[in-house]
Design a binder for this molecule. Structure first.
Ligand code: SIN
Length: 473
């Protein structure tokens, strides 16, 4: 793992085995970083901070731009690695490579503008001058999940570097290989030693706690569950760390009677099955208006039932394995709970008897109020369909959750779409679209779905402090 510009083993000599979720076969060994390694990475980031912040923005942008082109040139290599360690089908892995590379392009462009993002003027009383400028927050700890091994790192590294922050990346234990390849690519793109340090560890809790307790760390950016995010916020409090939290979701997808049915089915398929449903923006609750419910459910179920499940390397595969057997057990338990309480399963619903962490595309209806699946994040290829009658009723249902990340509305009445989007308490709404993620857009949630935004202009500001200087001439 790269720490301070050197590729080093774990100080304790330990390793972690990374396995392919489709075959359960081992893929590689990576260092099992210790607390000492975590602190060495922080030392390296702190040593590099001053020089990196002083590096002209255009030079920082050039490195990000070269990284963008290099990822694009090595698209197949990145995609194959993502599929191998995470399981998603190759076509989805290629889409992730494009999405991830896009953050380097967007923030290369942003870095070129970051230092002109200030103000100079006279204060309202006319007595003296104001100068307001931006500066980097400082050394930042970036903690990424396993579901998008490239894109989630890219969404944090690119803005941090653009703003002039040095970084310590801690990828998920299950999927560290893509992050290591990215670090190699960035080194080749000319990134100075210590600006990006990567720690691969199976002692996440211990390493993160030690790094966060050190007052030299100035920021933590985390993507993962609300439960872990909430614990990290408590750990961030003593040193008043700057935090960005991209946490859990419970996205409603609403289909009105006046929706274009083909568009709604296509949108629901991608919002449900992208990444095998293992996404915090995945459609967790599908609400269909009475008049269209039977036809939507028939067409959607047909598509789900014919979704080809298999190893992501097979070009015919549309749904790969889940990340591991624990995830399969979690998803299966939600389905079994709903069925035991009276839900109807229209397709799927049983764990296949084969090696690998597979679960079929599943559709549930008639889900009772007391089923756990109504309130919990599914994180798997299971569609829960509910019906509704009025706009007010579905808005109340959509907002009846402590989460507020993504939401989706399908209607051909744009005024209605915008009205409902405004009424839903969520950070993001797609109107007639099942995917809204874009490097140029602010990604993030309200309520217990998180704090701050990633991507867009906001994504850069998350790594900047505002400095105000009052000047008496
Ligand atoms: C996530 O599931 O955490 C991110 C999904 C995305 O960026 O589209």
């Amino acid at each position: 793992m790269p720490i301070g510009g050197r590729w080093v083993p774990a100080s304790g000599g330990g390793t972690i085995t990374v396995a392919n979720p489709a075959t359960e076969a081992p893929l590689a060994q990576v260092p099992a970083a210790t607390i000492e390694d975590g602190l060495a990475a922080l030392d390296a980031a702190c040593r590099a901070q001053e020089a990196w912040a002083a590096t002209p923005a255009r030079e920082r942008a050039d490195i990000l731009d070269r990284t963008y082109h290099s990822i694009r040139n090595r698209r197949d290599e990145f995609a194959a690695l993502i599929t191998a360690e995470m399981g998603k089908p190759l076509t989805e892995a290629q889409a992730e490579v494009d999405y991830g590379a896009g953050f380097f392009r967007w923030f290369a462009e942003s870095a070129n503008r970051s230092h002109i993002d200030g103000q100079y003027g006279v204060e309202p009383g006319g007595q003296y001058r104001f100068a307001v400028s931006k500066r980097p927050v400082g050394p930042s700890l970036l903690i990424t999940p396993w579901n998008f091994p490239l894109a989630m790192g890219a969404r944090k590294i690119a803005p941090a570097l653009a703003a002039g922050c040095t970084t310590i990346l801690k990828p998920a234990e299950a999927t560290p290989l893509t992050s290591l390849l990215l670090a190699k690519v960035m080194e080749e793109a000319g990134l100075p030693a210590g600006v990006l340090n990567v720690i691969t560890t199976n002692n996440s809790r211990g390493v993160i706690a030690a790094v966060m307790a050190d007052p030299r760390l100035r920021k933590i950016s985390f993507t993962g569950s609300t439960q872990v995010g909430s614990a990290l916020l408590a750990q961030a409090a003593p040193n008043v760390l700057n935090t960005s939290m991209e946490l859990g979701g419970n996205a409603p997808l609403i289909v009105f009677d006046d929706a274009d049915l083909d568009q709604a089915v296509d949108g629901a398929m991608v919002a449900k099955l992208r990444n095998g449903g293992q996404s915090c923006v995945g459609a967790n609750r599908i609400y269909v208006q009475d008049g269209i419910a039977a036809e939507f459910t028939r067409r959607f179920t047909k598509r789900m039932a014919t979704t080809r499940v298999g190893d992501g390397t097979d070009p015919a595969t549309e749904l790969g394995p889940l990340i591991d057997s624990k995830q399969v057990a979690t998803v299966s338990a939600l389905v079994q709970d709903a069925l035991a309480k009276g839900a109807t399963c229209l397709t799927g619903g049983t764990t296949p008897n084969r090696p690998g962490s597979f679960y079929p595309a599943t559709v549930l209806t008639n889900i009772p109020d007391n089923a756990d699946i109504r309130t919990e994040e599914i994180f798997g290829p299971v569609a829960a369909i509910y019906t509704f009658t009025t706009e007010d009723e579905v808005i109340a249902e959509a907002n009846n959750t402590p989460y507020g990340l993504a939401s989706y509305v399908f209607t051909q009445n744009l005024a209605k779409g915008l009205r409902v989007a405004d009424a839903i308490d969520a950070g993001m709404t797609g109107i007639n679209r099942g995917v809204v993620s874009n490097p140029a857009a602010p990604f993030g949630g309200t309520k217990q779905s998180g704090l701050s935004r990633e991507g867009g202009t906001e994504g850069l500001h998350a790594y900047q402090e505002t400095k105000y200087t009052g000047i008496q001439l």
